[in-house]
Design a protein around this ligand. Structure first.
Ligand code: CAA
Length: 286
């Protein structure tokens, strides 16, 4: 299956960087969002990112310009999907919205097009039927920041074909990623289950007054070699996202250990969402 044109739906934190990764790998890429303002912000961020890599000597100016030239944007889903060989949906984490998008894609995307969702909380089996082509549907879960993180979890549902898995694996490798195959649609897949266990332990240590948040983070970095401590990472991901993942995991598993932690829920209630809001476990000056 030849993939040359990619449509990324949703220009938020994940979608914009996934789209840029595709453009850098040589794919003709369209970034689609319902908001023209969000698309403008995404373009400005990606141009800034490319300029800083050129300034650091990590990317040739010509390559940056070529990649940005391959990346177009649109608010029109129907028109953007018309030529796509692969669609990566990174819209908001709401089942109804994703289901509607997949139903629409089932009508307007070419019949050979693979439809992947970047969702971390919704298995593709929940929306595959809406597309009318379940064999061509899977999760393709990237990590934040998507331009940097190497992992992509390819999660197959019961009906995903081997050809679909091979094709998206091939795309992920061409993006310079190290894709992993998840054979069962379990809540949290692989990475978020491991992250959830680490976060749970870190939150319990902090709550019990065993050590400060700062010292717990320092320990994870200096004793375990993690690039960030759990609290720094939760702030990066967004405490609302962490809370939402916990809610969805708990709803699916019903296990006490997956219940959203009150420290996170309280922060979200008071608007402390992490880096993006200027404060989470730590204060940030942008
Ligand atoms: N966007 C794009 N590039 C970024 C970036 C961002 N937000 N943040 C950092 N970078 C780039 C920098 O430009 C820099 O690039 P160069 O090396 O080419 O100059 C590189 O990353 C390293 O950045 P820094 O030197 O500023 O800082 P660092 O070495 O501490 O790295 C980090 C920053 C990459 C974020 C690193 O700390 C890290 O890997 N942290 C862990 C991130 C992680 O675990 N992500 C997964 C979250 S879970 C998730 O996403 C799943 C989900 O469903 C919620």
């Amino acid at each position: 299956m030849m993939i040359e044109r990619i449509l990324v739906i949703g220009a938020g934190t994940m979608g914009r960087q996934i789209a840029m990764s595709c453009a850098l790998a040589g794919y003709a890429t369209i970034l689609q969002d319902v908001s023209a303002q969000v698309l403008r912000e995404a373009r400005a961020e990606l141009e800034g990112w490319a300029a800083s890599r050129v300034a650091k000597g990590k990317m040739a100016r010509e390559d940056a310009e070529l990649a940005l030239g391959r990346l177009s944007q649109s608010t029109d889903l129907e028109r953007s999907a018309g030529q796509a060989d692969l669609v990566i949906e990174a819209a908001v984490e709401q089942r109804e919205i994703k289901e509607r998008i997949f139903a629409q894609l089932g009508c307007v995307a070419p019949t050979h097009a693979i439809l992947a969702t970047n969702s971390s909380t919704l298995p593709s089996s929940a929306i595959a039927a809406a597309s009318g082509r379940p064999a061509l549907v899977c999760n393709m879960h990237f990590f934040n920041p998507a331009l940097v993180m190497k992992c992509v979890e390819i999660v197959r549902n019961g009906q995903t074909s081997d050809a679909t898995v091979q094709a998206v694996m091939g795309v992920a490798k061409r993006l310079g990623k190290e894709p992993v195959l998840v054979n069962k649609e379990i809540p949290g897949f692989i990475a978020n289950r491991i992250m959830g266990a680490i976060n749970r332990e870190a939150l319990e240590l902090a709550e019990a007054g065993v050590a400060s948040i700062d010292d717990i983070d320092t320990t994870a970095r200096t004793a375990l070699g993690h690039p960030m401590g759990p609290f720094e990472l939760m702030d990066l991901v967004g405490l609302d996202v962490i809370d939402f993942i916990a809610q969805m995991t708990y709803a699916q598993s019903g296990e006490e250990q997956d219940r959203p932690h009150q420290l996170i829920t309280e922060k979200v209630r008071s608007g402390k969402l992490g880096r993006k809001s200027g404060e989470g476990f730590y204060p940030y000056t942008h």
